[in-house]
Unconditional design. Structure first.
Length: 201
């Protein structure tokens, strides 16, 4: 296989030998204003069967409390750096790191995010403060995510412009779901079956 590869590459190099360098213009759009981005994001997230709340800053703590109570979630993992006002009374910490079995046994996880995309209803985590490592949001069956309005961007190029590609990125578009060739939907295969999002205006 490697011999064939080298043969092809040798032919390509010979064909372009002496060709002038071509300057490639990369004038990609990386930012865009989108009026109503918060509303569009909430609508798109809900389309993915996530539970969505759009609230004012002063309502966040009460909404988190009500969301956890509604799920009967008592043992909730809280990553380092989560704002204290978002933290439930008896949080489960990830220090030392919880095993997969321990994460599977909790009632859920609550996190913030790095950025959210209005056009696609996608939440991006980068393991920053208040987000934790990837396993925290992939193993528990319930994920409660708080998204601030200033973290919501118009579309993917805007999000990519804000993210560090060297960080571990997790892109979440609704609860984990997959379907087979007969389009039978199965949820919770690759992550939580339930995603609840609190959008803070």
């Amino acid at each position: 296989m490697s011999g064939s590869r080298e043969l092809i590459l040798t032919r390509i190099r010979a064909a372009v030998a002496g060709a002038p360098d071509v300057e490639i213009t990369r004038a990609y759009r990386t930012t865009r204003d989108l009026p109503g981005a918060v509303e569009l994001f909430a609508e798109r997230v809900a389309d993915y069967r996530a539970v969505v709340h759009v609230v004012a800053e002063e309502e966040v703590t009460a909404t988190i409390t009500a969301a956890l109570a509604g799920r009967g979630a008592v043992r909730v993992v809280v990553p380092a750096g989560l704002p204290p006002e978002w933290t439930p009374p008896e949080p489960v910490t990830d220090d030392p790191s919880l095993s997969a079995a321990e994460l599977d046994a909790v009632d859920g996880v609550i996190t913030g995010c790095a950025v959210a995309i209005a056009e696609t209803g996608t939440i991006v985590l980068d393991a920053g403060p208040g987000q934790g490592r990837r396993a925290l949001t992939l193993v528990p069956d319930y994920h409660l995510c708080v998204v601030r309005a200033d973290q919501i961007v118009a579309d993917v190029p805007d999000a990519v412009g804000r993210l560090d590609p060297a960080r571990p990125l997790t892109w979440i578009s609704g609860p984990s779901a997959t379907s087979d060739i007969e389009l039978n939907r199965v949820e919770g295969v690759h992550g939580p079956r339930v995603l609840e999002v609190i959008v803070v205006r």
